[in-house]
Design a protein around this ligand. Structure first.
Ligand code: ZN
Length: 353
């Protein structure tokens, strides 16, 4: 569980700008300009980090964790003495998320309730694994209506995950600071019931708008895609979108037919999500690095090509066993290779249903 420091967009642009200067262009430049080109790349500030969990500050009051080894990407919004958390990763990390959120609003986590709102982007265990730690103390908790029974049904998995947390954590090079939270969740898990992790408020398909001080948080559902309960979280004023698992940045998307995943629906949800963005939007994907709207475009293109490629093989009469072994150009270089066959298998079934 290593913490690598991601290249910021600004640093990337600096490197790209330097790399783009040709010898011919240098020859044509006045001496002063050449000196400027050869000056060392200005040391671009690493993004500001806060809390036990090393949150990356995106804007004042908005922070996120995007680390492949730590489950689904989380977002924390803080305003007016209130906090909003999007997703809870795993039980062994949730205490750290809770402490950081509470510290941001100077709340006491030994109290029964704190001014913390939770939203789950969908029910998958790497986004809801810490719900049982957070839901009981949160002043409000939300998920799509279809997520609630699915979260309830994952009760045993949450308990097993929490109990395994400390030993799982000890086998990694995770920061020591996570361990007390992992142990506390393991201890508490014997008191959890089927209801503990279930958010209290259902969001239906027309979505929901919350306010945290001056910050408006819009939650929208665009139909089944990655699951039948995907929520996209949009902060219009801050121009930030958390896509949940509709976007896997640089990774094969995880396709889960048991959650009513649909490639066609996923594509439609992505197109609706893209409409929330302009060129400057910060996009927090479900997994992978935080970036701009180009990662939504890339995911749209991925699904368009995936559907066309699999349909092409179906039309040729290629057997499913052969198609699942295939890989196409648009998949080159993507991580999570282990979920590729499952993805093709699921989309093949969808297109032949
Ligand atoms: Zn997911």
């Amino acid at each position: 569980m290593k913490t690598t420091s991601p290249i910021t967009r600004r640093r990337f642009m600096n490197q790209a700008a330097l790399g783009g200067v040709s010898i011919a262009a240098l020859a044509a430049m006045p001496t002063g300009a050449i000196a400027r080109v050869f000056q060392p790349t200005p040391q671009v500030d690493e993004p500001e980090r806060v809390g036990v969990m090393n949150w990356r500050v995106l804007q004042p009051g908005v922070m996120a964790i995007a680390d492949l080894s730590l489950g689904g990407n989380t977002m924390l919004v803080v305003a007016d003495g209130k906090a909003l958390l999007v997703d809870t990763k795993y039980a062994y990390l949730a205490g750290g998320l809770l402490k950081d959120a509470a510290d941001q609003i100077q709340a006491d986590i030994t109290k029964d309730r704190i001014e913390l709102t939770l939203i789950n982007t969908h029910h998958h265990g790497d986004h809801t694994g810490g719900n049982a730690v957070i839901v009981p103390i949160a002043s409000a908790s939300y998920a799509h209506a279809n997520a609630l029974p699915r979260i309830r049904a994952q009760h045993e998995k949450y308990v097993q995950g929490a109990k395994a947390g400390p030993s799982q954590l000890a086998r990694t090079d995770a920061p020591e600071a996570y361990m007390p939270f992992a142990k506390a969740a393991a201890d508490a898990s014997s008191t959890w019931t089927e209801k503990t992790a279930v958010p209290k408020i259902a969001i239906n398909s027309s979505g929901h708008t919350l306010r945290l001080g001056d910050i408006v948080i819009k939650t929208q559902h665009f139909g089944a895609g990655h699951t039948d309960n995907d929520l996209v979280i949009h902060l219009p004023e801050q121009n930030i979108v958390h896509t949940g698992d509709l976007v896997f940045n640089g990774l094969h998307p995880y396709f889960d037919p048991s959650a009513n995943a649909t490639a066609r629906g996923w594509l439609e949800s992505l197109k609706q999500t893209r409409k929330l963005c302009n060129a400057e939007t910060t996009v927090i994907p479900g997994h992978g690095e935080i970036a701009g709207p180009e990662i939504v475009d890339t995911q749209i293109s991925f699904f368009e090509q995936l559907i066309a490629s699999i349909q092409g093989e179906i039309d040729k009469g290629t057997a499913k066993e052969e198609v699942v072994k295939m890989s196409w150009d648009f998949m080159d270089g993507l991580g999570f290779e282990q979920v590729r066959e499952r993805l093709i298998d699921g989309v093949y079934d969808e297109l032949t249903a």
